[in-house]
Each structure stands twice: as C-alpha cells, then as structure tokens.
Design a protein around this ligand. Structure first.
Ligand SMILES: *[C@@H]1O[C@H](CO)[C@@H](O)[C@H](O)[C@H]1NC(C)=O
Ligand SMILES: *[C@@H]1O[C@H](CO)[C@@H](O)[C@H](O)[C@H]1NC(C)=O
Ligand SMILES: *[C@@H]1O[C@H](CO)[C@@H](O)[C@H](O)[C@H]1NC(C)=O
Ligand SMILES: *[C@@H]1O[C@H](CO)[C@@H](O)[C@H](O)[C@H]1NC(C)=O
Ligand SMILES: *[C@@H]1O[C@H](CO)[C@@H](O)[C@H](O)[C@H]1NC(C)=O
Ligand SMILES: *[C@@H]1O[C@H](CO)[C@@H](O)[C@H](O)[C@H]1NC(C)=O
Ligand SMILES: *[C@@H]1O[C@H](CO)[C@@H](O)[C@H](O)[C@H]1NC(C)=O
Ligand SMILES: *[C@@H]1O[C@H](CO)[C@@H](O)[C@H](O)[C@H]1NC(C)=O
Length: 848
C-alpha cells in the first residue's frame, strides 16, 4: 500500500511546467500583496500590484536578491526578492476583525548573495498558530522537484484588526535564518467552512468554523486546471486535475455537462467553487453490471496525526429525479455515506444543475505508517437506484490544526538517490566553473531558451483566448490552451502550487564521456541493441551492475540535437510506470548520450512477428496494450500540457523483464523548431503505416493522431503483421486499411494471428476490434480519447479473464515464459517497479 501511495504521489509531482498564473486584479480590495524584500511596488506577470513590505515590518532586516531566475518564474515579482531574518521578526498586517482570510506564503529557495540557503530552518507563527516549524524550503522544494513553494492557510477569524506573522530562525541549527519572498492575504467572504460529519460516526459533527486550516489538495475532478484568475469569488485558488491521484486500474469516465444545463447555485455562494468544477465530473461508466465490480478510488498522501476535512463537491447534470443514482462514499475504508444514506445528489439538491458539497472529517493516525487519505466511491445496491453509478465533481482536503494550534509537519525526506544525484550535480558545476563550463552549461542554457520560448508562446495564447493554438505554429508541448487555461495536474502535496525547476535535470544524472565509454566497452558494436534516427542504442553497465540502454547521437544529425534536447526535457519531467525512464545524460565533445532503463524484453514488435521468440498469449498482448495506453493517456492528460507523442508504433513500446509495457522515444514529441533560421517546421513527422491521415492532410496535430497510431498498433497486435507490408497485394499493404475493410465485412477473424485465433473470447474480440476501429476513424473528433481506449481495453481484458476463469493460472504461465526468455538475465537491477519506486522516492514528499 505504501509503495503504491508513493507511486501515486510521484505521479502527481512530475508534471508541472510553467504556470505562473495569478489572479488578475479583481475588486478584492482588501487583499494585501507583499513583495517581501523589495523597495518598490511591482507588478507580477498578471498585472497584480505587489507593494513593499517594509512598512509592515518592525526592525531592520536585510533583503536579498535571488541570483538565478528559474525559467518557471515569469516575473521578478514577487519571487526574486526576499526578506531575510537572522532573528525573530513580526509582520503586522491590517485585517478586518472577525473575518476569515487565506494566507499564502511564497518561498523561492534560490542562491542569495552571502547566504547559504541550506542553512535556513525556521518557524512561522500567524495569529498564534504554528504554520511551519523547523521548515526547510530547499529540502521541501527539492523533494517535490519544485522551483518554488506556495503554502496556503486559512486562519480562523480573530478579534483583532492586526494579523501578526512571526518568522523565527531555528535555534537548533547553525547559522539558521528565515526568509520569505511574498505574502498574500485574501479575505474570504461568508463562511467557507461550517460543520462537517466525522467519518464513520454519523452522529458526531465537528465545527470547522473556528479552526485553522492548511490546504492540502484542491481538485477539479475530471476537469481542467483552473488558474487563480479564473477562480470564483476572487479567492485566487488553483484547482488541479485529479488524474494523478486516481488509484487502481479503473479511472472511470469523464462527464461534461450539456451546454443546455445551466449551473444554478441557488442558495450556495458562488465562491464555494467555480462553475467549471461543477460542469465536469468523473463517473464510473455506462455499464451498471461493470460498475458494481469496482470502486472509483483516489489516494492522497498527508501528514499523520492530524484531522482532515475532506470536502466533496457534487452537481448532477444528467439525471433529474432522486433515487436514479445512489452511491457509497468511503474514506479510509470507513463509511462516510452508505446504505440507505447513500449519496443521492438530486435528493440533496432537489434539481438538476444545482451544486452542493459535503464535508467529512477523518483523523489520520500514525498506525503502521498510515499517512494517506483514500476516497472510494461505489454504487449502493441497498439503496436500489435506477442506475448503478457514482460521480464526483470536485475535491478539497484541508488539514486542521491540532490541540497545540499547530499545522506544521516534518520536512520531507530526501531519498538517497536524489541526494547522490544532487551532490554529483553540484560537484560537476563546481569543477566546471570557469574552465569547462561551456560544455556542461551549454546544454542547460539551451533548455532555458527552449523553456523561455514555451513560456512566450504560452503567455501569448493565454492573454488572447481567441488565438487558436494551431496558429501558434511552434508547439513544443502542444497545449490545450485555446481554452486559455492550461491543464495542470500538479500540486504534489499541499497546494504548494509550485513549479518544476528547469533544472529538474537535477533528477537526471550527468555522466561523463569516459563513464559512457566504460559502460559500453568504448561503444563496442557487439553492444548495439538498436538503431534509430538519432543514432545507435547500446547496452551498457553502470555502477558495477546496473544495466542501462545508452542512446548515442549521431553528431552529423542536426535533427539529433533537437531530439536529444526534447527527450531530456520531456523525460526529466515525466515519470510514469508506463513511460521509459531516463536515468541521465552525457554531453561532452559534441558527443551526446541518453541513458535509460534497460528494457530486457525489447520491443513489442519483436514478440509479434518475424521472430523466434515464443508467441505471446492473447491476455499478455491485452495487458501490454493496456500498459501502453496508460502511458499515452498520461502523456495526453497527466501533464500540465497535452503532450503528443507523434511516433506511436510497436517498436516504440518496450517491455521490461516483467512484461511491463513502456512507451519510449520522445524525440518527435514536438515539431522541431529551427530556431536559428527563425522559421517554422511544418514537416509531418512520424512513421508511415501509423500516420494519422487527417494530420497528414491538414498538418494539424492533436492528441487524436496518437490515438490513430495506437489503433494501428492494436490491429498489429491482433494480426501479428507489420503496419505496412509492400509484399502483399495492393489492398492489403496497409494494415489500417485492410483491417478496417475486414472488420466492416465481418471477416476480421480471417486475419487474426493464427497462434491466438480461437483462444480469444468472442465478446472480448468484439470489444477489442471495435476499439481499434474507432481509433482509426477518419476524423480525429470521432476517435475516442486515450482514456476511453484504456477503459475499453480494460473491459476487454475483463471479458477475457472472466471467460478464462482464474487469474492465477495465467500468472504461472507468464512467469514461466519470462523465465525462459530471460535465461540468465536475472541480475538486471533496474526492475520497472523498483525504478518506479526509486523515482517515486525521489519526489516522495514526506511532509509538504
Ligand atoms: C466587485 O465588483 C462587482 C462589479 O464590478 C460588484 O458587483 C461587486 O459587488 C464587487 N465586490 C466587492 C467585494 O466589492
Ligand atoms: C551550505 O551549507 C551546507 C550545510 O550546512 C553545506 O553542506 C554546504 O557545503 C554549504 N554550501 C556552501 C556553498 O557553502
Ligand atoms: C443537450 O441537450 C439538448 C436538449 O436536451 C439535446 O438536444 C442535445 O442533444 C444534448 N447534447 C448532447 C451533446 O448531449
Ligand atoms: C482499506 O482496505 C484495503 C483492502 O481491504 C486495505 O488494503 C487498505 O489498507 C485499507 N485502508 C485503510 C486506510 O485502512
Ligand atoms: C470499495 O471500497 C470499500 C471501502 O474501502 C471496500 O470495502 C470494498 O471492498 C471496495 N470494493 C471493491 C470492489 O474494491
Ligand atoms: C504520531 O503520534 C504517534 C503517537 O503519539 C507517534 O508515535 C508518531 O511518531 C507520530 N507521528 C508523526 C508523523 O508525528
Ligand atoms: C529539522 O529538519 C531537519 C531536516 O528534515 C532534520 O534533519 C532535523 O532533525 C530537524 N530538527 C529538529 C530540531 O526537528
Ligand atoms: C518482402 O519480401 C522480401 C523478399 O522476400 C523480404 O526480404 C522482406 O522482408 C519482405 N517484407 C516484409 C515486410 O515481409
């Protein structure tokens, strides 16, 4: 459970790009924005004015300016200046008595002149509540791989017109100091927090009106990222997509309100959550029988020994009567809503389109390392609703202060691997400073340029919602920003809505050329395991016994350089069980290498045809397709931007020794811009046989192009023949065309791989073929999303499993096969799950 939780969390931490959206100045006249350490007024990237902090601060405290501006920081204000405290210091801010506020603290743990930020350990106390204790911003940011941190609190109303915030350096650490970059105080109208029911005890209610809270998570379930300037009530909150927190195989389906359904708040204040939250929901699926078999589950890491408010937002926009849908809600396995008291949204609200929310409290105690909150939904059979389904629109989790008025938890622990990687990184920059810096820093600078351009493109689009993203022809990471908000899934723990450092490459090891040579026996031909457009791929060994795959660039290839950078950029930010992991890179003397996990079982294609390897069972093929679909689904929705792979094919789906499928080769994931020549590449890239005809014709790239290619992969897996085979008769050359033809004629059976024909459950085959067919629809808009494809494949697998009986027997079969193929390959150390574990530990935020 714990390992899985970690994995879940690491997912949540990886995918932030540039997201410095703040609320654009609305008439939140009582908001106070302090640009700490600055002497002048300043305007942030969204035109909000921040004022100097000196007049609110007693005593003389130095200021410092960050020496490096991380590329995720779009404006100097408020992060580049910091106020430094060597001794205790207190801000006194004017507030309205008896009013609840959001207090947001901004920390940018960077290099400040004359200071070693590693030494900053401090506490923050506001209105008598301990917000942070022994807090280390650099440790927290590193563990979460964020460039900066924003902590959000909501303090109980007080009987005073002054809010005191005290920063105090830790007296237990040597040379400790405190710092802060920005302070934001935003009044909350009305009472956002009332009373909630203690989960598991329907008769115990707890009043949250007078409690002090820290925001841990805030999610627009099945919806897009909502930036602060799109928030309701001028509260400037971030709402993130929930996908990274989904737990288990079932992800349900996205539901969106029909435009004809008006969201009518009625007596609910609009500041509770924006309309967008209520217009999208995650449901279980259309099949009642299926829905009874699983739970929709979300999992969140939290600090132990605190009580949490779990706020669930609901809005029914499809059904109109009560008792049409009723579902159970469990929090940490305790019934929050169930039996005859099942959640029935229409019964609660009385009408379609009317939002509501419910608060549940849960104590998370430190029994056996319990440090998570798990939310489960499933249909209530006792309630006997018309449809077996469950839906959720939004979710927030707040931590309540304990009896000692404390909200602070421990610093997250840095994993050993990250510590090592960082140490090496540091040493490297140390050694190379002065002399060899061009070589090492050249790459990094390159990424900064790329990142800066991303921001520019993104900024422009965001400012002008009418600019269609297609018109911005350089699409490094294709955005959905015609909606003018970006997708985001981040937040890690807490709404430390923060930003991945461009030097997330800190996560990526930097190798030297001699190390690469040693690993591959001087790039010996006998170690070549593949050849691609980029150059050759070698098998290698690092750290004595860790097997890796090393991709070496061909220096002649101009394309190679771009693709090299794309891969580092993409992969250092993306970590997922079903994406090949990048371990590190080497750039020296014009030699460039990328170092990956070694995938012991090679490509999917090698197992399908023209091979001596044993034929894969149908079930195994399905499982591989599901893994790959999951990886692609993550690319499309898991990251802040929709990322389009552009080269989905069976040779880019790799298998590790446990048959876990991983999508690889992100070299084409963007249209390579030819920056120097200042012109825009519209060259269609990808592989013939897999290429989306619509993309080919219109050169409009959408994630549906990947769906098309994946459809070809599905037929390839079913028929075990290449996507293009020029040796066959004309109508059969293209698998996509031929399979569609056969499917329409009802003769698909004839072209199925003879090895599995007859072993496929007919229902399963039907579902699978239908799914593949839909992926190959002419018009992209008609194709399913990767999420839908994933869902259908899971369903197909279930049909197959049900017909095969016990899972167990196939389990045995699979380990037999892998034993055979692997031979004495067992010493491979970077097992996929282990790697997942390692990476998840890297960003394991044990604390915020
Ligand atoms: C904000 O401005 C709108 C119209 O400009 C007004 O209706 C509303 O009452 C104002 N809100 C506050 C809190 O001043
Ligand atoms: C900063 O402090 C840390 C811990 O005290 C120490 O390990 C590190 O070497 C220091 N860095 C510099 C540049 O002095
Ligand atoms: C939305 O509702 C209208 C009116 O009920 C209906 O005609 C239309 O088909 C619906 N659209 C979708 C996408 O369901
Ligand atoms: C909930 O139940 C599942 C299975 O019954 C168990 O694995 C999990 O640890 C439980 N979670 C908690 C928080 O007790
Ligand atoms: C759903 O979750 C509840 C509570 O955690 C658990 O008791 C139940 O077994 C789960 N059902 C399924 C099908 O996983
Ligand atoms: C939680 O409380 C228990 C019992 O008081 C204690 O043993 C444990 O260390 C605490 N856990 C944390 C994370 O503070
Ligand atoms: C402060 O935090 C650091 C880093 O997490 C930890 O090593 C140290 O023990 C903590 N000190 C105290 C007094 O809790
Ligand atoms: C086509 O035939 C040639 C010659 O027989 C053979 O070398 C080649 O591998 C075949 N191509 C495919 C895709 O089967």
């Amino acid at each position: 459970m714990n390992a899985n939780t970690r994995k879940l969390l690491f997912l949540s931490c990886v995918s932030i790009l540039f997201n410095a959206l703040y609320v654009s100045s609305s008439n939140t006249t009582n908001s106070l924005l302090l640009n700490c350490g600055s002497e002048n007024e300043g305007t942030d990237a969204d035109g909000r004015k921040w004022e100097p902090d000196a007049k609110y601060l007693g005593g003389n405290h130095p200021q410092a300016r960050a020496q490096i501006q991380d590329s995720s920081i779009l404006s100097d204000v408020p992060l580049m200046d910091a106020r430094i405290f060597r001794s205790e210091a207190t801000y006194k801010l004017p507030i309205k008595p008896q009013t609840r506020y959001f207090l947001r603290l901004y920390f940018y743990p960077s290099d400040y002149a004359g200071l070693n930020v590693s030494n900053s350990y401090f506490s923050v106390v506001a209105a008598g509540v301990t917000l942070l204790n022994n807090f280390s911003a650099p440790i927290t940011a590193q563990a979460l791989t964020f460039a900066y941190l924003v902590k959000e609190y909501s303090l109980a109303p007080i009987d005073s017109d002054t809010l005191s915030i005290t920063f105090k350096p830790s007296d237990k650490a040597v040379d400790a100091f405190a710092f802060v970059n920005g302070i934001e105080v935003v009044p909350i109208p009305g009472d956002l927090f009332g009373s909630g029911i203690m989960t598991g005890f329907s008769d115990i209610t707890i009043d949250a009106k007078d409690s002090n809270l820290e925001t841990m998570y805030r999610l627009n379930v099945a919806g897009q990222y909502i930036a602060p300037n799109k928030d309701s009530g001028g509260l400037a909150r971030n709402w993130y997509n929930d996908a990274p927190y989904l737990y288990g195989a079932a992800v349900g389906v996205n539901r969106m309100a029909n435009k004809t359904v008006q969201i009518n708040y009625a007596d609910l204040p609009e500041y509770v959550a924006p309309v967008d939250v209520y217009q999208t929901a995650r449901g279980m699926g259309p099949d009642s029988a299926m829905n009874l078999k699983f739970n929709l589950t979300w999992m969140f890491l939290v600090d132990a020994n605190f009580t949490y408010i779990v706020r669930l937002h609901f809005c029914e926009f499809e059904l109109t009567r009560s008792n049409q849908k009723g579902f159970n809600i469990y929090i940490n396995n305790q019934t929050a809503q169930g039996g005859m008291e099942a959640a029935d949204i229409i019964a609660w609200t009385g009408q379609i389109g009317k939002p509501t929310y419910k608060d549940y409290m849960i104590s998370v105690n430190d029994r056996q390392g319990d440090d998570h909150i798990q939310v489960d939904l499933n249909p209530s059979t006792l309630y006997k609703p018309e449809y077996y389904d469950a839906t959720l629109n939004g979710l927030e989790i707040f931590k309540m202060s304990d009896q000692k008025n404390n909200l602070a938890g421990p610093n997250p622990e840095l994993s050993a691997m990250l510590t090592k990687a960082l140490a090496e990184e540091k040493q490297k920059t140390f050694q190379s400073s002065g002399v060899g810096i061009e070589g090492a820093a050249g790459g990094a600078a390159g990424f900064c340029v790329v990142a800066a351009i991303c921001i520019a493109v993104y900024q422009r689009k965001r400012r002008d919602p009418n600019v269609e993203s297609h018109t911005s022809s350089w699409l490094p990471v294709y955005t959905n920003s015609y909606t003018s908000t970006s997708k985001s899934t981040i937040s890690g723990k807490s709404t430390t809505s923060s930003h991945l450092s461009t030097l997330a490459q800190g996560l990526c090891r930097h190798f030297t050329l001699p190390e690469m040579k040693k690993a591959t026996k001087n790039f010996d031909e006998s170690n070549v395991i593949g050849v691609g457009g980029f150059g050759k791929v070698y098998k290698g060994i690092i750290d004595q016994n860790v097997k890796v795959a090393i991709k070496k660039s061909n220096p002649q290839s101009e394309q190679g350089v771009n693709e090299f950078q794309t891969e580092i950029e993409m992969l250092s930010k993306l970590r997922h069980k079903h994406l090949v992991s990048l371990i590190g890179f080497c750039e020296e003397n014009e030699e460039m290498c990328l170092v990956y996990d070694y995938m012991a079982l090679g490509t999917l294609r090698e197992h399908l045809y023209n091979t001596k390897r044993p034929k894969l069972s149908w079930k195994r093929r399905l499982e591989i397709c599901i893994g790959a679909a999951r990886g692609l689904h993550y690319l499309h929705t898991g990251a802040q931007y929709t990322i389009i792979h552009r080269d989905v094919k069976t040779t880019n789906i790799l298998l590790n020794e446990n048959w876990v499928a991983k999508v690889s080769d992100f070299g084409l994931s963007k249209t390579g811009p030819n920056l120097d020549k200042g012109h825009v590449s519209t060259v269609v890239k990808g592989s013939f046989g897999y290429l989306d005809p619509e993309y080919f014709k219109r050169q409009q790239l959408t994630e549906k192009s990947d769906v098309y290619s994946f459809g070809v992969v599905l037929f390839e897996v079913l028929c075990a023949r290449p996507a293009l085979n020029p040796n066959l008769s004309k109508e059969q050359v293209s698998l996509a065309d031929w399979a569609l033809h056969c499917q329409r004629k009802g003769i698909l059976e004839d072209i199925i791989d003879p090895h599995i024909k007859g072993k496929i459950n007919p229902e399963c085959l039907k579902k699978f073929a239908e799914t593949a067919q839909k992926c190959l629809e002419e018009a992209g808009t008609e194709r399913p999303s990767m999420g839908d494809v994933l869902w259908s494949l899971e369903f197909a697998l279930q049909l197959q499993e049900n017909s095969e009986g016990s899972r167990h027997s196939t389990q045995v079969e699979s380990s037999d096969i892998s034993g055979e193929i692997l031979g004495n390959n067992h010493e491979t150390n970077l097992d996929s799950d282990e790697t997942g574990e390692i990476f998840s530990q890297i960003v394991n935020p044990k604390g915020r």
